[in-house]
Design a protein around this ligand. Structure first.
Ligand code: TRP
Length: 376
């Protein structure tokens, strides 16, 4: 997608800009909407719908129905997701990981988690390899802090574990032409050749389970929809290599605290990092963009607009699980019964309570990272 106007939507694996129109992405990427019927089928295995499904955070998929049908017939699947370690983890990154953990618990499946220190090194001009490798380790602590099962969770640190990936990467790379890669990823003459080969590496964890265990089962990938181009090329080669096409379940981006766009590590004041101090969380939330009015008097009279408010989004996405309480908050906001200051202070408190726990678990994770590291 070309960025012709200022607020034009751009969604690629490397850049998300402008106002994201998720319906349009479903059409342009050629994915399927997550229908109520499919969600109901999912609850057969999971019991209640996970809040992230109820709130339509996950909104699109490829082949989730196929994977569930195969599961009905007794064929398991594995989960696969990952992270490009270009900096510290922010709260938005945790969203799909929390959902992945729910799937792991309900389906008792393995998770392969790829830390792409190689990708971030070739793609980001200013990052050194030691830096992305260091972030890969630091970011793994955040994943582990969420409580994944060590017996069923396999973190792949790309640079360190490349020998496990390289044979499959070659098989994949040989079957993707430069013209397909160019059309899918928008590569230019000036793109470095490390980046051009790289999509073959992101494909590997879709297939690695067969090599490690002898079981050929499909992979289901919970991830933000910007990763979809990778899966398009992977799906094209899967069957040629004797594997199932990987399935996906796609989520939205957690917006930053500024106007528009997703939470981005490159704009630190609009992102809440998992390592932030309580004071910086308060400051960032205090300065956030809301749907409030110019003065308290005006807001009490006319109410505010939760639909454009970044603070409300945080309650919606992560910090208010009760639908009843959320609706009540929304109503009070629209009616001017609650002002932005109060709402911000309440959110900052919830975020800080969550982070205090998370930071403790994150430190404990340092001692057990190796238990999660794929065998090498
Ligand atoms: N390319 C992803 C990123 O930059 C990292 C990644 C690798 C990933 N494998 C994945 C993300 C699988 C989601 C699912 O963040």
């Amino acid at each position: 997608m070309v960025n012709e106007e200022k607020n034009e939507m751009v969604v690629t694996p490397w850049e998300v800009k402008g106002k994201v129109d998720y319906e349009r992405l479903i059409k342009e990427f050629g994915t399927q909407p997550l229908t109520d019927e499919l969600l109901e089928k999912l609850t057969k295995y999971t019991g209640e719908l996970h809040p992230q499904l109820r709130r339509k955070l996950f909104f699109s998929h490829r082949d989730l129905d196929t994977v569930l049908n195969l599961y009905d017939k007794g064929l398991k699947f594995v989960l696969y997701t990952g992270r490009g370690p270009s900096g510290p983890v922010h709260i938005g990154h945790l969203v799909p990981w929390i959902f992945t953990k729910h799937l792991q618990e309900k389906f008792k499946t393995r998770l392969y988690f790829q830390m792409t220190d190689d990708e971030k090194f070739v793609v980001e001009d200013e990052l050194k390899l030691e830096e992305t490798t260091k972030y890969a380790y630091e970011n793994a602590l955040d994943l582990i802090a969420l409580g994944f099962e060590p017996e069923d969770t396999f973190i792949i640190f790309d640079v360190q574990d490349i020998h496990l990936l390289y044979d499959i990467a070659l098989e994949v790379a040989k079957r993707i032409t430069y013209s397909t890669a160019k059309a899918t990823f928008g590569f230019q003459d000036s793109t470095n050749i490390g980046w051009i080969f790289w999509p073959a590496i992101q494909a590997v964890p879709c297939f690695i389970h067969a090599k490690l265990t002898g079981e050929n089962v499909p992979a289901l990938i919970p991830a933000a929809i910007d990763q979809d181009p990778y899966w398009r090329v992977t799906r094209d080669v899967a069957q040629k290599l004797g594997y199932y096409k990987p399935a996906q379940i796609h989520c939205r981006f957690l917006p930053g605290l500024g106007i528009g766009g997703k939470m981005s590590a490159s704009e630190p004041e609009t992102s809440i990092f998992t390592t932030d101090s309580p004071e910086s969380v308060k400051r960032k939330i205090w300065n956030a963009f809301t749907g409030g009015k110019g003065t308290a008097t005006e807001q009490r009279k006319t109410g505010a607009e939760p639909n454009i408010c970044t603070i409300f989004q945080y309650y919606y996405y992560l910090f208010e699980e009760s639908d009843k309480k959320l609706t009540e908050k929304e109503r009070r906001c629209r009616n001017g019964e609650i002002l932005c200051g109060e709402c911000k202070m309440d959110l900052a408190e919830r975020v800080n309570r969550f982070l205090a726990e998370h930071q403790k678990k994150r430190e404990k994770a340092r001692k057990i990272v190796e238990k999660f590291h794929i065998k090498h």
